[in-house]
Design a protein around this ligand. Structure first.
Ligand SMILES: Nc1ncnc2c1ncn2[C@@H]1O[C@H](COP(=O)(O)OP(=O)(O)OP(=O)(O)O)[C@@H](O)[C@H]1O
Length: 479
């Protein structure tokens, strides 16, 4: 399952009429001449009948908590993303058509928006912009003579309404629910891709200061989302705006007001004011908007924390696979072979790097003939359980049908000959302090090919037993 689907808008037809445009959005955001709105082509574009060649329309998959309860998969059921536009001012805006027909996330509904709610979204979004409240925008609204049936008060008295489309804009349409869903479903790689995409496209500064480390960037991203959301809330409160349905699928990750549904601007001052008739418990009333945000943000953090746990579990599995690979194996059922060897190595104080490397270069079926240069393995071999391990190891290799040549080449690609031991660095440092940087440069060169035996390195005994004096080397935090 992916987080978005390529879709095609279903063009709206039948007596299309332009209800209104935001000249400001057309000019300042889309770099258009406002007269464009008078052309038939523009109306067709908003109707979903003109997909520019550079567009790949998408419907986004998201989930959300609705009135405190996990609603599972929702998604753009009637909104289609046309693409992004980077304007003259260097701002990135995403264009959506809301009401442009069915998508894979329509869940049995018709994919259409009606004139009533589209006008509300158009006027409110633009009004909020001029009030100085961070918001999505509506560039244009068209309507038609296509009938759709709605039951606006959910009272079993449906009415016929006119299908309409808004061309709406936001710096990003990602919502809290965009991240909640893949996390809930344990889709780690989707979550990673999504997080990375959102942070890189909308918060490049965070990405740069985290030096591309996703976990680090995610923490600052989480804080940023909270900061922007609470800032948005201050604006809402100061102008008396009550969103009406602060479910986590309706809360932007960029702190802009989205989803103009059953919102209302308070008339008489009433902290319990709630515009949404479905909200019988006043969960989203004026006074509670901050608690609603707390809940949605906590859900994001909870989900992200859950995501970290999933990543952690995956890392543990990856580590097992990495160790199996160090022995030329790949099937998890053979992990006890790894464990057995590690135990032997620990008890015999075997050199971690050299033992694995020796094992990758010696023919294990003629291990008795191993030369002295395989000192690490020979030392490990003295352990009383080594023969038992070797037998188990050979059985595992046989079961995985790994022949000796393949085993050796696989192992040699993952078991280094050389790592930077402290004594090596210390010798180079001592020389450097005398003004001779040769050794530093040499080590740097050798360590560029850690998986290859190198004559120079062997001469310097970089693959040999660590000199005793290394044990006395003290390395502190300031090192
Ligand atoms: N007529 C419809 N056809 C298909 N899906 C719909 C329709 N109405 C609502 N949905 C979907 O139901 C969910 C909840 O609807 P809601 O009214 O909160 O969102 P919306 O106003 O459609 O979208 P947005 O949040 O993007 O403004 C969303 O996933 C929405 O896409």
């Amino acid at each position: 399952m992916t987080e978005s689907h390529a879709v095609t808008p279903t063009p709206l037809e039948k007596n299309l009429q332009l209800v209104g445009t935001s000249e400001d959005a057309l000019v300042k955001i889309l770099d258009m001449d406002p007269s464009i709105a008078e052309t038939a082509e523009f109306v067709q574009f908003v109707a979903g009948d003109k997909i520019l060649p550079s567009c790949t329309p998408l419907a986004h998959r998201y989930g959300g908590h609705q009135f405190g309860v996990w609603a599972s998969q929702l998604g753009d059921g009637r909104a289609i993303l046309l693409g992004e536009y980077i304007n003259k001012r260097g701002e990135r805006w995403e264009l959506q058509l809301k009401g442009s027909g069915l998508t894979p996330y329509s869940r049995g509904a018709d994919g259409r928006a009606v004139l009533r709610s589209s006008i509300r979204e158009f006027l409110a979004a633009e009004a909020m912009y001029y009030l100085g409240v961070p918001t999505s925008r509506v560039a244009a609204l068209i309507t038609s003579d296509v009938d759709v049936i709605r039951d606006p008060l959910y009272d079993g008295r449906p009415i016929v309404e006119k299908a309409s489309v808004v061309l709406r804009l936001a710096p990003s349409w990602f919502r809290i629910g965009s991240l909640e869903l893949p996390t809930k479903l344990g889709e780690v790689s989707t979550l990673r891709t999504l997080l990375q995409f959102i942070i890189k496209t909308s918060f490049l500064d965070l990405w740069s200061s985290a030096e591309g480390n996703l976990a680090k960037a995610s923490v600052s991203f989480g804080l940023k989302v909270a900061k922007l959301s609470y800032e948005m809330w201050v604006h809402w409160q100061r102008v008396g705006f009550v969103h009406g349905v602060m479910n986590s699928d309706n809360i932007s990750l960029l702190g802009v007001t989205i989803d103009y549904g059953p919102f209302g601007f308070m008339s008489e001052f009433n902290r319990r004011y709630v515009p949404n008739t479905s909200d019988t418990e006043a969960r989203y009333c004026y006074q509670q908007q901050i608690s609603a945000l707390d809940f949605d943000l906590a859900s994001l953090i909870r989900e992200m924390a859950e995501g970290f746990k999933i990543l952690r579990r995956k890392a543990e599995v990856d580590l097992k696979l990495a160790f199996l690979k160090k022995l030329g194996l790949s099937n998890e059922v053979h992990y006890d072979v790894v464990e057995q060897l590690l135990l032997i190595m620990e008890e015999s104080k075997a050199d971690f790097t050299a033992t694995f490397r020796d094992l990758s270069e010696v023919d294990i079926y003629k291990i008795e003939e191993a030369e002295d240069k395989f000192w690490a393995l020979l030392e490990t071999k003295r352990h009383k359980h080594f023969d038992a391990f070797l037998q188990k190891y050979k059985d595992a290799l046989q079961a995985e049908e790994v022949d000796e040549a393949r085993r050796q080449s696989m192992m040699q690609s993952v078991n280094p000959c050389y790592v930077l031991k402290n004594w090596m660095a210390q010798e180079a440092i001592a020389e450097a302090e005398k003004g001779n940087f040769e050794q530093v440069r040499l080590i740097e060169r050798i360590l560029q090919k850690p998986y290859e035996r190198q004559v120079e390195a062997e001469k310097l005994q970089f693959g040999s037993k660590v000199p005793n004096w290394e044990k006395r080397l003290m390395v502190s935090c300031s090192s």
